[in-house]
Ligand binder design. Structure first.
Ligand code: G16
Length: 543
């Protein structure tokens, strides 16, 4: 099979963000744009000749076209085999599972996660390494360096591959295996959780609603929750993946998953509700009229982990991203295990898991996961919760209240200001940093600032250093305000303000988080001058 060496010129905007390269579809559709990035990935890797690559995506608009380009480029660059999900589909956690199960060299995942899809929406691409996890910064930096100097890429002159049928084919010397996207993942879930206990729970009348938000988890949830666990048909809603996600915004939070929230807060609400995101790695868990913050979810899963067969031996350790609440730290302390604080981005957990330092990881951004793969995993978290409920025979609310009674409650909220002018956002961050010296020691109402810094992290395994990972204002009672600019948006800047305070008194545990955090919210707004600097009087999203 012949291949072409195509002349190209570099694009200046291909720096990977928190999770790969995310841009508008129209940007990716520019001639050579995707191919340049793919070739830059390949150029930054060594030793993949004859090896296996996994390819799949969340099914959003441009997924199919991009998959065909990647297959032809993988063949021209010398990969021996590509495992690709049927119709180019693989959820992010399933891709991670497949990379690990088949000892692939790495994988390319096509997704812009929860960002809207369709011809005017977003597209994304990221590279995962052989452990199944997102490429660490040294690789993403190397990819970026390649993008800046790339002048040619390789692609075979072949027809498109039929991705609709499971089976084998060839492009030149490269084998292509079109695989069922669900099978390997479903088997892995069955090995971790007590499916019999969950089946019995559901048979006993426990009702649940899973909102796949017209994104990738539909087929996974139908197979696992309805077919294997026996939930009645319709328990999984919006189950058909659509290339524009039905015009929605598949971000499982209280704002964008409002349909599910209305169901769980409505009359005759089910016992349990959950949603996942565009590519299946995020999750939101709800009880009847009860919201579990992702930070609490991580803490509760950690405290109850041994109830699930996959974790019955206990946890090696736990990791959370810096802005995630310290609720899980209290669980780790009680269990006598280490708790690591990393920068935002799942890629920072990989080294810790590979070194067996941690079993569970989590982020406030609706991400929880474990060392079963190297990505966060939406459906896994849902099954973990169902396993715990089945074993403890308590409602979601009862489990949370019991947890807070034992450990105290970390009130937590994140305020996002999306689509802010990038220059104003950078100036806001600089303003807070410039005031560090005067803020330190200052008293704001009931709070005194004990310290402030810009978080940096030294990886305990490879000693790599990541700086400028978020501004922390730390108060003497352990409360915190964190300011960060998102690394995943595609339009302007998103300012994230993370707020946390600790409450030991159970009589105050049922307070609404916004009420519990009211004073800190006001301090955050004052310190950042957010309204004056952005013209916004309210956040776009509160979680
Ligand atoms: C990605 C990363 C997560 C990160 C989240 C938010 O999630 O994988 O680790 O917490 O973005 O990042 P940021 O605050 O920089 O926007 P996903 O689900 O979008 O892939």
């Amino acid at each position: 099979m012949s291949h072409s060496t195509v002349q190209t010129t570099p694009f200046s905007d291909q720096k990977p963000g928190t999770s790969g390269l995310r841009k508008k579809v129209t940007v990716f559709q520019q001639p050579h744009y995707l191919a340049n990035f793919v070739q830059s990935i390949f150029n930054s890797l060594d030793g993949f000749q004859g090896k296996t690559l996994v390819v799949g995506g969340d099914g959003r608009f441009y997924n199919q076209e991009a998959t065909q380009i990647i297959l032809k480029m993988a063949a021209a660059n010398g990969f021996g085999c590509v495992l690709v999900g049927q119709n180019g589909l693989l959820s992010t956690p399933a891709a991670s599972a497949v990379i690990r199960k088949y000892s692939a060299f790495g994988g390319i995942i096509l997704s812009a996660s929860h960002n809207p899809a369709g011809p005017d929406g977003d597209f994304g691409i990221k590279y995962n390494i052989g452990n199944g996890g997102p490429a660490p910064e040294k690789i993403t930096d190397a990819i970026f360096e390649q993008t800046k100097k790339l002048d040619t890429y390789l692609i075979t002159d072949s027809d498109d591959v039929d991705l609709s049928k499971i089976g084998s084919s060839q492009i030149g010397n490269m084998q292509i295996e079109v695989i069922d996207p669900v099978t390997d993942y479903a088997q892995l879930m069955e090995s971790l959780f007590d499916f019999n206990a969950i089946q019995t729970l559901i048979k006993g009348g426990f009702r649940l609603s899973f909102d796949a938000m017209h994104a990738i988890t539909g087929p996974y949830a139908k197979t696992i929750i309805e077919q294997r666990l026996g939930a009645p048909e319709g328990s999984v809603c919006n189950a058909e993946p659509l290339s524009d996600f039905g015009g929605g915004h598949p971000d499982p939070n209280l704002t964008y998953a409002h349909e599910l929230v209305e169901t769980l807060y409505g009359d005759n609400a089910p016992d349990f509700g959950a949603a996942s995101d565009g590519d299946g790695d995020r999750n939101m868990v709800l009880g009847r009229r009860f919201f579990i913050t992702p930070s609490d979810s991580l803490a509760i899963l950690a405290a109850n982990a041994t109830l699930a067969p996959g974790y019955k031996e206990g946890l090696a350790g736990i990791a959370r991203s810096m802005p995630t609440s310290a609720a899980v730290d209290r669980v780790a302390e009680k269990l006598g295990i280490d708790c690591y604080e990393t920068p935002t981005g799942w890629k920072f957990f990989g080294n810790l898991m590979d070194a067996d330092k941690v079993t569970l990881c989590g982020e406030e951004s609706f991400g929880t996961g474990s060392s079963h793969i190297r990505e966060k995993d939406g459906l896994w978290a849902v099954l973990f919760w169902l396993n715990i409920i089945a074993k403890r025979q308590l409602s979601v609310e009862e489990i949370a209240l019991d947890h807070w009674a034992t450990y105290g409650r970390n009130f937590y909220s994140r305020h996002d200001y999306e689509g802010v002018d990038s220059v104003s956002a950078a100036a806001l961050m600089a303003h807070i940093k410039n005031n560090f010296a005067s803020i330190k020691g200052e008293i704001f109402g009931n709070y005194q600032v004990s310290d402030c810094d810009d978080f940096s992290y030294t990886d305990p395994i490879d000693q790599s250093i990541s700086t400028n990972q978020g501004i922390r204002i730390l108060f003497s009672d352990g409360s915190r305000i964190v300011f960060r600019l998102s690394g995943t948006g595609t339009e302007g800047a998103t300012i994230r303000i993370y707020l946390e305070s600790y409450e030991k008194d159970p009589s105050k545990h049922t307070l609404d988080a916004q009420e519990g955090l009211a004073e800190l919210i006001q301090i955050a707004n004052q310190l950042s001058e957010i309204e004056k600097r952005t013209g916004r009087s309210e956040p776009t999203v509160i979680t």
